[in-house]
Write a protein of this length. Sequence first.
Length: 309
Amino acid sequence: MLLRVDCEHPEAERWAGDASLEARALPPLLALLRVAGVSATLAFVGRTAERHPELVRAAVEAGHAIAGHSHTHARAYAGQGLDWQIADLRAMRAAIAQAGGGNVRGLAPPCHGAVDAATLQAAGVAGLDYVLRLPAETEAGDGHVAGTPAPAPSTARGPQGPTGTSFVPVDGPRSLLVPPAQMGWIWDWTPLQPGWPAFSAARATAEWQAAVDRAATGGALLGFILHPWIMASNAPQGEADAVAALLSYARTKGARVETFDALATAARGARPASSTTNTRPGIANGRANARNGRGTPHERREGARGATA
């Protein structure tokens, strides 16, 4: 399982009416992850990193990987000009680096992952290693605007087709990596966004655990996307407990929670000799490991001792 946390104060302001909600919501989530003993990939909007550098530093100090989630979260990348996309990605990377997040390697695209061929080209030009496109949104060209609901409200997508347990390269600058088309995705949601039902911990638990079961059976990777401001909004409905239960359940199914940086490193053949694979194929066969001294504190620790999550 690959856990992604989208840190996006513009969305908290847009839908919850409170931009400060993100800063209040992330520390409890970091505490939850610490208790669960897992590392996540925290994808920061550049403007969020500028506004709250303390959140970026806290994530790094906790041993999590850092990715980008656009610079402004104003619109989808799909349908935008190449120059605009390059400029946005460069500004995003610079803002996160300035906040203490280091050299960001990956993009978690906003607006339900809507990207196009220009996004992949721009990501390579901007110096990124991977783009977390979602299968159903790949090559989308509808210019999806931030804040509008997904095409069909759902808490899961994929996996589809044969199994795939590693990032795959695409043609373009720097041999950019993307997740396999067979990767499954699950996420949280809020009725504050039009088109989405009320959050139910029971429904979330049932659907999320079913996705874990499918990934375990089919040997596929599974991505789990969380949003701190949404978790805070769903606090009365018990989302935090549902997330903790899902992480515990995934372990009973033999899952190892990895970062997307670690998976990208493994795909490039930089896996340390001491690493081991999951006894249950899929759900994340990538290992957290030292990336030539550039890894997060967690990855360097895990690479040194050969432990698994």
